[in-house]
Design a binder for this molecule. Structure first.
Ligand code: SAM
Length: 388
């Protein structure tokens, strides 16, 4: 049987015979009272998991007699495009260089985060940080009935919603040039509020993290932001999230601690490294690719396990091959050796910062990266530290 409401055609996907319809109906109303609309008094099952729950509830009810009809899953119709007319670059007002640049940018951004990398990091934080909190995944964290078209961030929080005692999960889909999760060209906001799960497609909404609606959700609803933002937008993404004053747990490039755009955040202690590096992502073909990512956060880290990688020793005990002076007589130390008795500034790579050197009595003393020269030859970029 089918029916029609103002906006949708709906179908009864499940029909059955029961002993006393009024009693069953009252039990359904009571059981799903939180899904009942206040005005219309109708109950909506927003996704297939909830619908399955409802069907099972009836099937196991003491007054249930027998099932009459379950609508078979319809095969999706495939539409063949026979003739395709592609506008020329000129028609589109762009050059070949624009296309190449865009392709490169897209290429660097369009990676899936693996579920296991999210689980491995998030399990290390105190579970209490999530209790009663609203989590916002704001960089294309699509949600679909099919798990393969759902971002691993959304999946992790949906699966652990109860366990973490979350209040709400909000995920956005970005309508960018590459549709990583096959979610269509419209940006949307997915919300899971307790049992209720729904998607909204606000007019003109792109799903970009800096769209006014995303910024409103960030400012007014969010407690914790958690996602893997596009590397190409990392600078403005960090600025947006840090400015919001919210807690965050995000993946970004492993070398941010020696990059001038990010050094001030580490220097001012507004950001620090999370627990793990992220060595792999999945490309759009779901193949493993190298990632050079790391988790970053402003949530407390307990007894950072990577402290053990730091070798804090008197300067004379640091092996010669890991210490040298550059042309301006600045000490450069490598391999996570840190001089414990050196009062002047010295330069290190990003690794000691990721291993927690800033929590061990050292500070960053310059807002920009340090580029050493040895015999006039440029060495790799570093950051300048000094013992406090
Ligand atoms: C590294 S991927 C991660 C995707 C997904 N969050 C995950 O972790 O699997 C970055 C995603 O951000 C999307 N993106 C690009 N620009 C964006 C923007 N301005 N706002 C939100 N998302 C954006 C990209 O299309 C891409 O899907």
């Amino acid at each position: 049987m089918t029916g029609k409401s103002k906006e949708t055609i709906y179908q009864y996907l499940f029909t059955c015979e029961v002993k006393n319809m009024t009693t069953v109906e009252n039990d359904i109303k009571e059981k799903y009272s939180n899904l009942r609309e206040e005005k219309s008094k109708e109950i909506y099952f927003y996704n297939s998991a909830l619908f399955k729950h409802y069907v099972t509830f009836i099937q196991t009810h003491t007054l249930f007699i027998k099932e009459i009809f379950i609508k078979p899953v319809e095969k999706k119709e495939t539409i063949k495009i026979i003739k395709k007319t592609t506008p020329s670059l000129e028609d589109r007002g762009i050059t070949k260089k624009d296309v190449l640049q865009k392709a490169k940018k897209v290429d660097n951004d369009e990676f899936y985060t693996r579920y296991e990398d999210i689980e491995k990091e998030l399990l290390l934080y105190d579970k209490k940080i999530w209790k009663n909190k609203v989590v916002f995944c704001n960089c294309d964290d699509a949600v679909d009935d099919d798990e393969k078209d759902t971002s691993a961030f959304a999946l992790y929080f949906m699966r652990n919603f109860k366990e973490l005692e979350l209040k709400k999960l909000i995920c956005t889909h970005y309508s960018g040039p590459v549709d990583l999760f096959n979610q269509g060209a419209k940006g949307y906001v997915f919300t899971k509020d307790g049992f209720r799960e729904f998607k909204e497609f606000p007019k003109e909404y792109t799903g970009s993290f800096d769209h006014p609606l995303s910024l409103k959700i960030l400012a007014e609803e969010t407690d914790i932001v958690c996602t893997n933002p596009p590397f190409s937008r990392a600078i403005d993404y960090w600025e947006t999230v840090i400015k919001s004053g919210k807690k965050f747990l995000i993946i970004s490039n492993i070398s941010n601690a020696i990059n001038t755009a990010f050094i001030p955040y580490f220097k001012n202690n507004t950001v620090w490294a999370g627990y793990n590096r992220v060595d792999y992502f999945l490309n759009p073909k779901k193949q493993l690719v190298d990632a050079s990512g790391h988790w970053y956060t402003n949530i407390p880290i307990k007894d950072r396990p990577k402290y053990k990688n730091l070798k804090i020793l008197p300067l004379k005990e640091i092996p010669e091959k890991y210490k040298k002076y550059d042309d301006s007589k600045t000490l450069l130390v490598d391999n996570c050796f840190i001089p414990s008795d050196y009062k002047k500034p010295f330069a290190v790579s990003a690794r000691p910062v990721l291993n927690g050197v800033l929590e061990k009595g050292y500070k960053i003393i310059q807002d920009k990266r340090y580029t050493p020269y040895i015999n006039g030859k440029e060495g790799f970029a570093r950051v300048l530290l000094q013992k406090i």
